[in-house]
Write a protein that binds this ligand. Structure first.
Ligand code: GLN
Length: 454
């Protein structure tokens, strides 16, 4: 049924870069057989899923939305893909994304834009817009995204779906093509908090192949989602981040947020206002740290080891081939990030830019630590506005970067955070997201509060 739905809506939505009907049907059949034979199967066995095209898969290309990797079929499965397969989850295909996960609209993909199913003239958010659009268009009930600065939560917010950035290190990065290694984190997406929780438990957990993977039991997120569904938040302390409101926020987003806070109070939560004074510098710090790490990570695309190679006619030097390939293989935003990053890391500028940004990162973490002494979770709008029109911010990187204003602090600190649907904005009828933030290793709090709220 989902494959039929994909076929019907893809011409308009464009969420997928690759769908393998036969592989999907075979995987579904195997899940059915396992269940019929009484073999122990995960509750998600046989459930279809849309996988962001930044995770390596041996049976499908992995392009990261880049010409650089067009048609590249990796020789190994990412840990996330391997765990999905082990659980019998059916990978329907790979979803569209901003090139190498750099963007907030999915307009930076080399393979075309994805449309928001709520309004086809609008973006589905980014960089994981393909995954969120697939959920919102009912092409798949589950999806996987990655969140470096908001790319799970921001698309979830603007498509009316649920997206979770687990604690950094909670989900293995092995086989997740690196953008900014100290920030990148894979996570679950769904249409309900419980669905996301069940998927979280399938993909999370220690992996010796990722040196930053946390070696501790996976938080009991499914139990927390079930507990939260009872709608009782008595004893839970919720902090409203004072800095995330006011100028630059759409009225309907602020109204929805105010209503959400009232709802949390009605459910029994104790709500207080909390100040996180350094959050306003988080965006600036992120746009130095993420490009710096990206400039280093993307050096591997050297025309020798993977994918595209341009101009290798026997007369050109290795350097010329490398340079031609990178010129033609990378899109404008990726080039901008590489230039910003190499500049910020260059000698003489390192202390002023990269070093300074790392100090801000520490201050943001301290703000969180102080806040979490007083409250169990923090809340804010996920995004300052609802989905914007395709093309509207394409020539204005600053406007595009502002889409992640509220999501970036949790990445800098390595905390867990979720976006859960929070109704529609009055002025445009488009979905709004409520962001819930929890300390590292306390992911279950997101699910308890999120399930109570949804
Ligand atoms: N929009 C942010 C960026 O472009 C976040 C991207 C992400 O989380 N992958 O860097």
């Amino acid at each position: 049924a989902h494959l039929d739905r994909v076929e019907a809506v893809e011409p308009e939505v464009g969420a997928f870069l690759h769908v393998d009907r036969q592989e999907a049907l075979d995987a579904a059949r195997r899940a059915d057989e396992d269940r019929a034979a009484g073999r122990a199967v995960s509750p998600l066995a046989g459930v279809p899923l849309a996988l962001k095209d930044v995770f390596t898969t041996t049976d499908m290309p992995t392009t990261c939305g880049s010409k650089m990797l067009e048609g590249w079929v990796p020789p190994y499965d990412s840990t996330v893909a391997a765990r999905l397969r082990e659980a019998g989850v059916v990978i329907l295909g790979k979803t569209n994304m901003d090139e190498f996960a750099m963007g907030s609209s999915t307009e930076n993909s080399a393979f075309g834009v994805t449309h928001n199913p709520w309004d086809l003239e609008r973006v589905p958010g980014g960089s994981g817009g393909g995954s969120s659009a697939a959920l919102a268009a009912f092409e798949a009930p589950l999806a996987i995204g990655t969140d470096t600065g908001g790319s799970i939560r921001q698309p979830a917010a603007v498509t009316g779906t649920v997206g979770v950035k687990p604690t950094y290190g909670g989900v293995s990065r092995y086989g997740l093509v690196a953008f900014s290694s100290s920030l990148d984190q894979g996570g679950p997406c769904g249409r309900t908090v419980l669905d996301a929780a069940m998927l979280h438990e399938v993909i999370a957990g220690h992996d010796p192949m990722d040196s930053t993977s946390i070696d501790a039991p996976v938080p009991g997120v499914t139990a927390a989602a079930r507990e939260g569904a009872a709608g009782d938040l008595r004893g839970v302390r919720v902090g409203v981040v004072r800095e995330f409101s006011g100028e630059g926020y759409q009225q309907g987003v602020l109204d929805s947020f105010r209503t959400a806070v009232d709802t949390l109070t009605e459910l029994g939560a104790e709500v207080v206002e909390v100040s996180c004074p350094h959050f306003e510098y988080a965006l600036g710090a992120y746009y130095l740290i993420a490009p710096s790490e990206c400039s280093s990570n993307l050096a591997r695309f050297d025309a020798m080891r993977y994918g595209l190679r341009v101009g290798d006619d026997g007369d050109r030097s290795t350097e010329e081939v490398m340079s031609l390939t990178r010129e033609q293989g990378f899109g404008a935003e990726v080039k901008r990030r590489i230039m910003l990053g190499t500049y910020a890391l260059s000698s003489g500028y390192y202390d002023a830019y990269y070093g300074q940004a790392q100090k801000v990162r520490t201050l943001v973490s301290r703000d969180f630590a102080a806040a979490f002494e007083r409250v169990d979770v923090l809340v804010s709008p996920t995004t300052p506005t609802t989905a914007f029109r395709i093309g509207e911010r394409a020539d204005d990187p600053m406007a595009m970067y502002l889409a992640d204003l509220c999501t970036i602090p949790s990445n800098l600190a390595g905390n867990a955070a979720m976006s859960v649907p929070s109704g529609l904005a009055a002025e445009d009828g488009l979905p709004v997201g409520l962001q819930i933030m929890a300390p590292a290793m306390a992911d279950e709090r997101l699910y308890r509060v999120g399930a109570a709220y949804e």
